[in-house]
Write a protein that binds this ligand. Structure first.
Ligand code: ZN
Length: 473
């Protein structure tokens, strides 16, 4: 029995081996396709994706033998999800008649915090001032503008801006508020930094204003130090000092020249003849006071429209101004009705001038100026008057600067109208009216400007530069 078994094994064993071998060789082969690593992975946004690869082979179904590497037959594509930060990697294997697809999910995690940009404000904030948010913006790499999600909290001198993006990345930005006051107050001098005062007249303060960035109007804290002695000619200074509540100090200085002779004042070579028409009237006295204060001489083209004030013609004359004839009635229809009517009106006025001053005037100004057209109801009358008056030895003056004081009641506008024009000419004859209230103030301003800028003020005389309009009638 032992011998028989041995023989049987000797025969059977090779047979089994052979059959097995044949089975292996001729058994069907198929594709084997799998991913290395996980088929769902998460990476950080700043991380580079690295594919872990796959295996693709063609082997016997049984025992996976006789494999052939077919990984070069795999194509990799990527599909985007709705969110570009999540996507799938598709691995497609095509080999023979088989086609297989594998998918790996890649999730990108946002680990980047949003960014908060603060609008800069380096200005100091006064302690009593309310904090005003200068502005901010929050931008996230994924969510975009999330400014509306920022929580702002103010604690003492710090402002905390906190925001989180949809992935929970939080950002806190801090602004430090600069409390303090290192800014000096400002002092503004009205009436110019250089003033002229005629000797033995009162100097009136021209005005000032002090303002502080934190304390506001502190004009009442200004200390004025002045050593002006208006009884003595010379250069003086007024010092204006002010300190704010934090001790920041400012100083301004005004120079004041007390003079007895205007010719001692530096000159720019330009002359201004201030002329006042239609008075004397209710404001003539005040205007004469202003002229007296600065020792400025002007010219008054007088009328008898307000006969109660005719005694002021005497004051005009005795204070050194030129008294000239405008018209007795100032009624154009009458004055220009004939040459005789004009001469009659003129002589009536000159007679009053004579009574008030002891002298007849040789200077006149046409009602409406020599260029007036209102007289055209009597053709040629202005030409006839001009010829006759010249023949009689009179001199007339028109003007080359119109203050336009008949067009406004604002002293500053009148002042601006005048100073703008006198700057353009070497010799200005300025038309004003002493029956206009605004000219009390505008005259003072014009004189201050003129003296401070080197203009010479003179009264008209027969030898002053001829200033004539074109005669239209
Ligand atoms: Zn007039």
């Amino acid at each position: 029995m032992k011998k028989r078994s041995k023989i049987l094994i000797l025969i059977l064993a090779p047979t089994i081996l052979l059959v097995s071998f044949l089975l292996l060789v001729f058994s069907k082969r198929e594709t084997f396709f799998s991913l290395k690593g996980n088929n769902s992975i998460t990476i950080n946004i700043d991380q580079k994706y690295k594919d872990e690869g796959y295996t693709a082979k063609y082997c016997t179904k049984f025992l996976h033998l006789f494999c052939k590497d077919i990984s070069s037959n795999v194509k990799i594509t990527s599909t985007e999800d709705n969110n570009i930060y999540n996507y799938n990697i598709i691995y497609t294997l095509k080999y023979g008649n088989t086609s297989k697809e594998l998918k790996r999910e890649v999730k990108v995690k946002d680990i980047e915090s949003p960014n908060i940009e603060l609008v800069e404000n380096n200005e100091e904030l006064c302690e009593n001032q309310e904090y005003v948010e200068p502005g901010y913006k929050a931008i996230d790499n994924i969510d975009g503008d999330i400014t509306d999600k920022v929580v702002v909290e103010k604690k003492d001198n710090k402002v905390f801006y906190t925001v989180s993006d949809s992935s929970g990345n939080k950002k806190v930005t801090i602004r430090t508020i600069k409390y303090g006051d290192s800014v000096k107050p400002s002092i503004i001098l009205t009436g110019g930094e250089l003033n002229y005062v005629y000797i033995n007249t009162d100097f009136t303060e021209r005005g000032y204003k002090a303002n502080d960035n934190c304390d506001g109007d502190i004009t009442d804290k200004v200390k004025v130090i002045s050593n002006i002695d208006t009884s003595k000619e010379g250069n003086y200074e007024i010092t204006y000092n002010v300190s704010d509540s934090k001790g920041n100090t400012s100083t301004q200085t005004r120079k004041v020249v007390v003079y007895s002779d205007t010719s001692a004042i530096p000159k720019n070579g330009k002359t201004v003849y201030l002329t006042f028409d239609d008075g004397p009237g209710p404001y003539t006295d005040d205007i004469l006071d202003i002229l007296k204060r600065y020792n400025i001489k002007a010219t008054f083209f007088v009328t008898n429209q307000f006969s109660n004030y005719k005694n002021l013609i005497n004051r005009e004359y005795s204070e050194g101004h030129t008294v000239a004839i405008h018209t007795y009635s100032h009624k154009f229809k009458e004055v220009y009705s004939s040459l005789d009517a004009y001469l009659n009106d003129f002589n009536n006025m000159n007679q009053i001038v004579y009574e008030e001053t002891g002298n007849y005037s040789k200077i006149f100004r046409f009602p409406g100026g020599s260029s007036n057209t209102i007289s055209k109801f009597n053709p040629g009358i202005v030409t006839a008057i001009a010829n006759k008056m010249t023949e009689l030895g009179y001199t007339y003056f028109d003007w080359n600067v119109d203050s336009n004081d008949t067009g406004t009641k604002d002293p500053n506008t009148i002042y601006q109208n005048v100073i703008r024009e006198i700057e353009k000419r070497n010799s200005s004859v300025v038309l004003m009216h002493d029956i206009k209230k605004a000219n009390i103030e505008s005259t003072q301003k014009i004189i201050e400007y003129g003296l401070n800028n080197g203009f010479t003020f003179l009264p008209l005389t027969e030898s002053s530069p001829v200033t004539h309009h074109h005669i239209n009638n």
